[in-house]
Write a protein that binds this ligand. Structure first.
Ligand code: ADP
Length: 185
């Protein structure tokens, strides 16, 4: 076996699924984690919610059905990447427990990470100004304000982003992957 093939087979089938409210820190942590894993020479792809909606999910809205469809497409792509030995980081709100169960069922190496941050903190951060628009009614069906967020009841890991720095959260995630999952990173 060549080194390259070994590298691929040892990292096959891992999807790190970051779920949480808008502004909780999913993209920040995904970007940092992508860098950290690439520094180790691993093949990594990051599927971000906003980008998915601009591309694969283009035209989909925010009804429960459309949100599910968006997730189904992300899962399809993650499964394909995993089959080729690519570690896939998915950062999407994924507000319904049922859609995360679907992802878990479809992806053999599914790791659910709850990016936990209290709503008032997310709202105070208001990274993209969306909470203000949701409060004024300009954006309807906004998760946490006018649409549900079902917090994970049994995630593999919970990261408290209001209490730790992004670096600390990513360290915790990498430690968890290596210690508990015994994943050779
Ligand atoms: P999301 O992708 O969940 O919508 P973002 O990553 O876009 O959220 O925004 C999160 C904001 O919170 C960023 O401005 C980031 O700098 C800040 N932040 C503060 N602490 C943390 C932390 N521990 N982890 C992630 N983000 C954090």
């Amino acid at each position: 076996m060549t080194d390259q093939i070994q590298a691929h087979s040892r990292q096959a089938g891992l999807t790190i699924w970051l779920t949480g409210l808008s502004g909780a820190g999913k993209s920040t942590l995904a970007a940092l984690l992508t860098d950290r894993l690439r520094e180790r020479g691993l093949a990594v792809e990051w599927l971000d919610g906003d980008e998915l909606r601009r591309t694969l999910g283009r035209g989909l809205g925010f009804s429960r059905e459309d949100r599910f469809e968006n997730i189904r497409r992300a899962v399809y792509l993650a499964a394909m990447l995993n089959r080729h030995g690519v570690i896939t980081i998915v950062s999407v709100i994924s507000p319904y427990a049922a859609m995360r169960s679907y992802a878990r069922q479809e992806l053999p190496g599914f790791v659910e990470v709850f990016v936990d941050c209290p709503l008032p903190v997310c709202e105070a951060r208001d990274v993209k100004g969306l909470y203000a628009k949701a409060r004024s009614g300009e954006i309807p069906a906004f998760t946490g304000i006018s649409d549900p967020y079902e917090a994970p009841s049994d995630p593999e890991l919970t990261l408290h982003t209001a209490e730790r720095t992004p670096e600390e959260c990513v360290e915790e995630l990498i430690s968890w992957l290596t210690e508990y999952r015994r994943y050779p990173l």
